[in-house]
Design a protein around this ligand. Structure first.
Ligand code: DC
Length: 238
């Protein structure tokens, strides 16, 4: 795996990571991307890595019920991440998968891959190396609890399931996909349940994370609050 981003930082410097966790639809990706831009940090979308792993497994005909086969496939996957204007661009081998990894088929199958301990080990190792060598805003489900337990800044973003479902439905509609709002809500609740109850790295707020409830806040206000938290925790003057 590789990341075509600045490789200038030394591994011995203190960790400069903003770890953002929370359930689907809380606004993590948009906020993390904007926050990274404002801080001059690199943005790491770890959900995209699990999505790419799922795409790769499905595309290569890997048996989705075999933890060993999934682990082997992910360990040998040629995953490449590059910063792009709308977030990270993602390649597996020569194929750009940035768009396709957002397809409903991938979203519906990720839980088969993201609960495999061997898969998580491979991806977590990669994520840690990235964070140790870049000033990073990392977002996912286990950034503050597992991947970067020593991150100086942790934010847990949350919103009501109804509010998150509304946002997700608007996103899908904007892509021209047909949406049934009730079904989107059911899927959000189901994904929450899977993320929060799985045996490995369940989604939960780290004790030292700041809770940011985005239910009733416009995007610019959420970004402003996240930026204030990050500056304060990292000691960066406004
Ligand atoms: O953030 P997202 O919706 O793109 O994430 C896709 C899935 O990947 C999500 O359902 C849970 C999983 N995931 C994970 O298990 N650990 C992470 N650090 C990030 C995502």
């Amino acid at each position: 795996m590789s990341a075509a981003v600045s490789q200038t930082d030394s591994r011995t410097r203190p960790l400069r990571v903003v770890a953002i966790d929370g359930p689907a639809g809380a606004g993590k990706s948009t906020v993390a991307r904007l926050l990274a831009r404002k801080l001059g940090f690199d943005y790491l979308d770890t959900g995209a890595m699990y999505r790419a792993a799922t795409w790769h497994a499905l595309h290569s005909g890997i048996p989705m019920d075999s933890p060993d086969a999934l682990t082997e496939a992910v360990a040998s996957m040629d995953l490449r991440l590059e910063p792009g204007p709308e977030g990270m661009r993602v390649w597996v081998g020569d194929t750009e998968v940035t768009g396709v990894i957002r397809d409903p088929e991938i979203t519906a199958n990720i839980w088969r891959v993201d609960q495999v301990p061997g898969v998580r080990q491979v991806l977590v190792r990669w994520q840690r190396t990235f964070g140790e060598t870049h000033d990073t805003v990392a977002e996912g489900r286990d950034m503050g609890t597992v991947v970067f337990p020593d991150a100086p800044c942790k934010i847990y973003m949350d919103a009501t399931p109804e509010c998150r479902a509304k946002r997700r439905a608007a996103e899908l509609a904007a892509k021209g996909l047909a949406v049934d709002p009730d079904q989107v809500l059911r899927e959000i609740v189901e994904r929450d349940h899977k993320n929060m109850t799985r045996a490995v790295s369940p989604l939960r707020k780290a004790e030292d994370a700041v809770l940011l409830d985005t239910s009733d806040l416009p995007l610019d206000e959420v970004v402003a609050r996240a930026l204030a938290i990050a500056r304060e925790r990292l000691g960066i003057p406004a």
